[in-house]
Design a protein around this ligand. Structure first.
Ligand SMILES: C[S@@+](CC[C@H](N)C(=O)[O-])C[C@H]1O[C@@H](n2cnc3c(N)ncnc32)[C@H](O)[C@@H]1O
Length: 325
């Protein structure tokens, strides 16, 4: 795979960061000029820029209005009027990606040649204290990708029962001391509601008895973010929709950053690649399920040491790809 020197273009035409597994994503998407690709997690537009540079057309979705605003300007400057009928070769829509099928239909962009997901939170989101994604920056406990929809993380933290919090920490954070952390939150919020990232991090650190190599709030913040944005349910639904809008031979590429996401992707692809999903030992097939994809990556593709050294955040990335049949 020849490395590309493509990276995100910002409003000033600068290239401040290189997206994770960029060459690999382009390779597995098999981008072809004139092809249609949905980037379900537009972010700063790094992957989308690379697809556009290879002559693809892009429908870019992101739930985050700030990401949409900042990326739209950069793309408009970089790719003016080179799409069909002289318009720009991209369409940008602010939406959670579990609206993929509806948005692609509304934009008359389906069927498509490829669908890309680069899941999770972006560096600009983590760095913006006001978004509340990071325990190392004091800010409100918000964590919504789209701050105009749903309830902020603060609502869960201050109003969910101990059982509910423990379930969230266990299921979405794989936190071994889920109940202990939930109880610590219950005790702290009884004194005063927990409104900031810093106070929550402090409560968790005290309950954990200090910091280890990884801050004890890491798993708790991940769990709250996943719960607040219903990330896993949205991913499951979006994967199903992606397969439905792909043409035969079209590609689905998913980059995930933690085991829960990767498990959903792996299980989904394994199921979609099978022609019968009846329980084992069922004598005759009763499900009627037909395989819809061929898995292209037997094992997940991971970044090389050079990428991890240049961008430590990429170290947990796993890419899986499949082809619609
Ligand atoms: C890791 S960043 C993507 C970075 C992007 N590939 C780039 O090159 O700049 C993930 C983006 O996905 C968005 N996102 C996460 N979950 C989403 C969802 N369910 N629906 C829509 N956007 C989502 C986030 O707002 C964030 O901007």
């Amino acid at each position: 795979m020849a490395p590309t020197d493509m990276a995100v273009i910002d409003m000033e035409g600068n290239q401040p960061h290189r997206p994770v597994l960029l060459d690999e994503a382009l390779h597995w998407l098999a981008v072809k000029p004139g092809g249609r690709y949905v980037d379900c997690t537009l972010g700063r537009g790094g992957h989308a820029t690379a697809i556009l540079r290879q002559g693809g057309q892009v429908l870019g979705l992101d739930a985050d209005p700030t990401a949409i605003r900042e990326t739209e300007g950069g793309l408009a400057t970089a790719f003016p009027g080179s799409g069909p009928a002289g318009g720009p070769p991209f369409i940008i829509v602010q939406a959670y990606f579990d609206r993929l099928e509806a948005v692609a239909g509304e934009q008359r962009f389906a069927p498509v040649d490829g669908v890309l997901f680069d899941l999770g939170v972006s560096s600009p989101q983590l760095e913006d204290a006001a978004r509340g994604f990071s325990f190392s920056k004091e800010g409100p406990l918000d964590m919504r990708f789209d701050p105009s929809q749903g309830e902020p993380a603060e609502t869960l933290v201050n109003h969910a029962s101990v059982d509910e919090l423990a379930r969230i920490f266990r299921d979405y954070g794989e936190e071994p001391q889920a109940r202990k952390m939930a109880r610590a939150i219950e005790a702290a919020r009884a004194i005063e509601p927990i409104r900031t990232t810093a106070r929550l991090a402090e409560v968790i650190e005290r309950a954990a008895g200090g910091r280890g190599r990884i801050h004890p709030a890491t798993r708790i913040f991940q769990a709250l973010r996943i719960g607040t944005n219903r990330e896993l349910a949205r991913l499951q639904s979006a994967l199903e929709q992606a397969v439905r809008i792909l043409i035969r031979g079209g590609r689905l590429v998913v980059i995930s950053f933690h085991s829960l996401e990767d498990r959903i992707v792996k299980t989904f692809l394994a199921q979609e690649a099978r022609s019968c999903i009846c329980p084992p030992h069922t004598p005759v097939c009763i499900c009627g399920h037909q395989a819809t994809v061929r898995i292209l990556t037997r094992k997940p593709v991971t970044p090389g040491s050079a990428e991890v050294a240049a961008n430590p955040r990429s170290r947990s990335a796993k890419l899986r790809a499949a082809e619609r049949i």
